[in-house]
Design a protein around this ligand. Structure first.
Ligand code: ACO
Ligand code: HSE
Length: 344
């Protein structure tokens, strides 16, 4: 990962919950050059466990010779508030004796994340954004921001996301938090606290990110004779360990709670009224095999965002298809920007 730049918010951040975060830092990456007309800005909102280095985790869509090429666009991605990749989160030292807040980090919401992004945008002097794009938790930030500031964004790309987090999605997240909190080390308030729980949580989450078919394709046994030590078991173990090596339990709980909070209708009447405020030209992408954010949720977004275009990707990769199926997404984007996609 390349080095992030840092922005310190000039004032404490008042959170939606009523709590205040002092001395908030936001880590961000930029790629490419802002042109004179300032009409080449692409702002990327990242998902649950990613970071600001979008060329690291969305290569295939972002990078030299890909659709969003830094030679053409000024690309920005900020690490979300509450994360562990440079922005303020549960492991940031905050108390008088330099201790992090760990499990006592205040509840943050998608709107709090957007508030931090928008302060960074102002700091960078950006008054218009050519494209705002995000998938999953990133799409939740993007749609919320496009509702709050309808004239700021020319184009809005929403992938595998929703207008309001579903009871199903909240139940998945709560089950994962139960696994983390069942690990007694979670309450030890050390950076390593809750790691075994986090491993189990990631293994559970993977089931919601992939599909029956994907496991059948990638984890099928080569012999009928096995009684134990199946490939699918080792895959779950490996994926859990892989997240533990780069993340922490406190951040996972904070960000999954933020995902649960997402509801663009809150304080705005209803979802239709809220989504009706978006003015950006919008493309919504669903994935046939996504069981976590199923296509019905993207169809709802497209129904209530004026003129939105809806497309569905055929993929066996489930929810994570938005990170993996970059060729299909590029194809959709080429048609969208050349205006060959018509209102569904
Ligand atoms: C600092 C950072 O790295 S942060 C940024 C990285 N992450 C993000 O940004 C979040 C978004 N990205 C993701 O969630 C993921 O990277 C995805 C969805 C894009 C792809 O997931 P992956 O785990 O790479 O793919 P996949 O599910 O095919 O698993 C492949 C891995 O499992 C391993 N694996 C596959 N089958 C098995 C098995 N039966 N037993 C053990 N390991 C297995 C492979 O060897 C491979 O290991 P590797 O990751 O060390 O190369
Ligand atoms: N697998 C991705 C997407 C979750 O929506 C992540 O870990 O961030």
């Amino acid at each position: 990962m390349t080095e992030s730049q840092l922005f310190n918010l000039p004032t404490p951040l008042q959170l939606e919950s009523g709590a205040t975060l002092p001395a908030v830092q936001v880590a961000y990456h930029t790629y490419g050059t802002l042109n004179a007309a300032q009409d080449n800005v692409v702002w990327v909102c990242h998902a649950l466990t990613a970071n600001a280095d979008v060329l690291g985790w969305w290569l295939g869509l972002f990078g030299p010779s890909f659709f969003f090429d830094p030679a053409d666009y000024f690309i920005i991605c900020a690490n979300v508030l509450g994360s562990c990749y440079g922005s303020m989160g549960p492991l940031t030292p905050v108390t008088d004796n330099g201790e992090p807040l760990y499990h006592e980090f205040p509840l943050i919401t998608i709107r709090d994340m957007v508030a931090a992004h928008d302060q960074l945008r102002r700091h960078l002097g950006l008054t218009k954004i050519h494209t705002l794009i995000g998938g999953s938790l990133g799409g939740q930030q993007a749609v919320e921001w496009a509702i709050q500031q309808p004239t700021l964004f020319e184009n809005l790309i929403l992938l595998a996301t929703n207008a309001r987090h579903s009871p199903w999605g909240i139940a998945f997240n709560e089950s994962q938090r139960l696994a983390i909190q069942a690990d007694h080390t979670y309450y030890s308030a050390t950076p390593e606290g809750g790691q075994q729980g986090l491993k189990a949580a990631r293994a559970m989450a993977l089931l919601s990110y992939r599909s029956y078919e994907a496991y059948g394709t990638t984890q099928a046994e080569l012999t009928d004779e096995k009684l134990d030590h199946f490939r699918a078991s080792s895959y779950q173990q490996y994926q859990g360990d892989k997240l533990v090596a780069r993340f922490n339990a406190y951040t996972y709980v904070a960000l999954s709670k933020a995902m649960d909070s997402h509801n663009v209708g809150r304080g705005r009447g209803d979802l239709a009224t809220a989504l009706g405020q978006v003015q950006a030209r919008t493309l919504v992408v669903g994935i046939t095999s996504d069981v976590l954010f199923p296509p019905i949720e993207q169809q709802l977004l497209a129904r209530y965002i004026h003129g939105a275009q809806y497309v569905e990707m055929e993929s066996q990769f489930g929810h994570d298809g938005f990170l993996i199926e970059t060729v299909q997404i590029t194809n959709f984007l080429e048609r969208f920007y050349s205006r060959k996609l018509v209102h569904s």
